[in-house]
Design a protein around this ligand. Structure first.
Ligand SMILES: [Zn+2]
Length: 119
């Protein structure tokens, strides 16, 4: 096989968002909010974003956990399609592209400015 120093572009039809990523909420009541990803739920195609899509949930008392019950605020998961990765350089939501580095590692880049989004 011929070796090449060129980086190869990979299909970007899969949204790849990871815990700790900075994203922008693009729909719903928190539209426009920029926040960090708290949790991803790949099986559900959902994602939990810090302080976004807050909901109030009534919790039953749980003596085992020393919890008295009541209303608690928590983030409801958002669909993957409701968020986009945020590019620090462009300072806005961006589409991502993938690049395979010479060492075989796959990295995400901003389609607009080619800034590497993985650190
Ligand atoms: Zn960018």
């Amino acid at each position: 096989m011929k070796r090449s120093n060129q980086t190869k572009k990979v299909k970007d039809n899969q949204v790849s968002i990871k815990t700790g990523d900075r994203v922008v909420v693009i729909s719903g009541k928190d539209k426009g909010k920029v926040a960090n990803v708290k949790k991803v739920l790949p099986q559900l195609n959902k994602i939990v974003v810090e302080d976004a899509n807050m909901m109030t949930k009534a919790m039953k008392p749980n003596p085992m956990a020393n919890f008295q019950g009541g209303l608690i605020k928590m983030e409801a998961p958002l669909d993957y399609s409701n968020v986009m990765l945020f590019c620090q350089k462009c300072e806005k939501a961006t589409r991502i592209s993938y690049k395979v580095l010479e060492n075989g590692a796959k990295t995400r880049i901003c389609k607009k400015c080619n800034e590497q989004l993985d650190v």
